[in-house]
Design a protein around this ligand. Structure first.
Ligand code: ITT
Ligand code: NA
Length: 184
């Protein structure tokens, strides 16, 4: 079985390729870029990206829309995570959290799968953690060096560990359930 994953983010691609390979699914990266709609949560963003990509490429595709939601910042950056990572970066996020006692945060991934002319399906996963006080570790990508999971950052824990417990892994487990049912 093969799945086309539309993404320009090689960190996501490598994580998803590794997980799905364990289930005998080959993931092919397609780097086409589609405009993203704005919304308060990731589900509609992922769904509409998948719909646009499937209809444009005329093949079934998956996309992954993810974000970091910080409780003390009322869920920011959330759907604006890409913009914040690109234009501010981890150091500035830590600055926003200066003097803040409540470090609670979660990562969320929404995977959307769509066939041409059909409605997109979405599968989501989250993982709880804390915003660290400094950047640690060079594993993973994006916000991983500032996301503390039980005392170590995702940057320190690395991709192999992330792939066992992450937001993305949990979303993939839901997607795998669907794939299993749809071939039965
Ligand atoms: P696409 O081409 O797949 O859309 P993207 O990088 O634009 O790639 P998102 O909008 O979903 O993807 O990502 C939002 C931001 O959150 C982006 O800066 C990512 O690097 C970051 N991010 C996503 N998943 C992450 C993870 O597992 N760990 C750390 N940062 C992550
Ligand atoms: Na995106």
């Amino acid at each position: 079985q093969k799945i086309v994953f539309v993404t320009g983010n090689s960190g996501k691609f490598h994580e998803i390729r590794a997980v799905l390979a364990d289930f005998g699914i080959e993931v092919i990266q397609n780097k086409s870029d589609y405009p993203e709609i704005q919304a308060d949560d990731l589900e509609p963003i992922a769904a509409e990206s998948a719909r646009a990509a499937a209809n444009d490429l005329k093949i079934p595709v998956m996309v992954d829309d993810s974000g970091l939601f910080i409780q003390a910042l009322n869920g920011f950056p959330g759907p604006y995570s890409r913009f914040v990572e690109d234009h501010l970066g981890n150091a500035r996020v830590l600055k926003l959290m200066d003097g803040e006692q409540n470090r609670a945060a979660y990562f969320k991934t929404v995977i959307a799968f769509c066939k041409p002319g059909e409605e997109p399906l979405t599968f989501s996963g989250t993982v709880d953690g804390k915003i660290s006080y400094d950047e640690r570790g060079d594993g993973g990508f994006g916000f991983d060096p500032i996301f503390d999971y039980n005392g170590k950052t995702f940057g320190e824990l690395g991709t192999e560990f992330k792939n066992m417990i992450s937001h993305r892994r949990r979303a993939l487990d839901q997607f795998l359930e669907y794939l299993k049912k749809s071939v039965e």
